[in-house]
Design a protein around this ligand. Sequence first.
Ligand code: UDP
Length: 494
Amino acid sequence: MTFVSSGQSEPPRAHFVLVPMMAPGHSIPMTDMARLLAEHGAQVSFITTPVNASRLAGFIADVDAAGLAVQLVQLRFPTAEFGLPDGCENLDLVQSRDLLLNFMEACAALREPLAAHLREQQHLPPSCIISDMMHWWTGDIARELGIPRLAFIGFCGFSSLARYIAFHHKVFEDVTDENELITIPGFPTPLELTKAKSPGGIVIPGLERIREKILEEDLRCEGEVLNSFQDLETLYIESFEQMTGKKVWTVGPMCLCNQDSNTMAARGNKASMDEAQCLQWLDSMKPGSVILVSFGSLTCTAPQQLIELGLGLEASKKPFIWVIKAGDKFPEVEGWLADGFEERVKDRGMIIRGWAPQVMILWHQAIGGFMTHCGWNSTIEGICAGVPMITWPHFGEQFLNEKLLVDVLKIGVEVGVKRVTHWGQEQKEVMVTRNAVEKAVYTVMDDGEAAEELRMRAKDYAIKAKMAFNEEGSSYNNVSLLIQEMRKRTNASA
Ligand code: UDP
């Protein structure tokens, strides 16, 4: 176990232990949460493993420079003991679905080392654990230490509520046709969902037992922390609170704590390209003229589908930045890019292979639209950017986020995905044609009245997001209240 980084000499009394799931979409918002809690005066221990810590170098340098009380606690990840390849410490490094169970069990084996570390913290005992919901085993640690465990689902209120009802009311239990539309009972607005498109729609043998544990701990946690804000989806947040009977702390959009371009560029991982060059390219484009295409960290889009997407972007004649993760896995995509495509679009298209500084790009004034897989982080980052979105969900809760964007907030346009591409499973067919891509790009980027309305609504939500996050906003106040509450409890039990 090693300790890196610590800021103030007199740490504040509330001490938060953050236990993120090791997957980019789960740990990135937790780094934002760490920064936010520390900026509001709390002490934070951020639990990680060596491979993940190396991705956090930029984050740690940043919080150090700012003098924030964030301590990175590295625990050895037991890859060998659980049949995982050396270094396989993040979900995006798990090469096959067959290894998912091993990965989850290796995570659960962190329970004793983490408990041992926390028992030693007598100088500043933990006040509270904020744990990714997937780490059900942190419940045992919280009970042993006599401190609250808050769950971080990583979803918005809309999707958290649908997930809660679907799981705890066993809505899909007896459903045999995974494409049958089922009404979600008790949802505050009409909602129909298929089993395939519901959160946790993936059934992986062996994982049922872990899912049961996660659900048990869902019911036992003291509250939920949501990366969302009241003005975005009050109805769903309040219903979620009522349905669970637990306090829901909305503290988002947490990504807004990344204010300068260095912080944005270093977020999540080291960028695979030169950030300065990228910014220079964006600076050379007209405001609102560029569409960003990025499908997060875990999706696996079929090579033929990627080619079709590229042809749609080309046909749209709009400038674009296209982040491609699969290039190295799919030589045919690489071959196709090199065989004329890159040359044809060189004046208006930038292709990023690998990790992109997404927030840095998305929040640049040149961006006018975002084609997204609707992971919640990307979605809320898009909301903060104030640009309309083209929705291309792949699996799980992404389909619910699509509904929120398109049907509720009305700042998104569906590209037309009909079926699910499960995590770790390659999609074989072309589901979205180049014409559909071209049409969706026009719908959000053209000069017509409908596009203008989309843009106005998107801008309006971005303003509301900032108001919630800034001093005296609802999320700002919730962070302060959360810290106060935990400090009070620590003092009462001291
Ligand atoms: N991200 C990034 N660069 C990339 C890909 C993703 O910075 O090249 C970030 C993105 O900004 C977001 C997170 O990784 O914060 C992905 O989370 P999301 O919930 O959107 O999707 P997931 O990867 O979990 O499917």
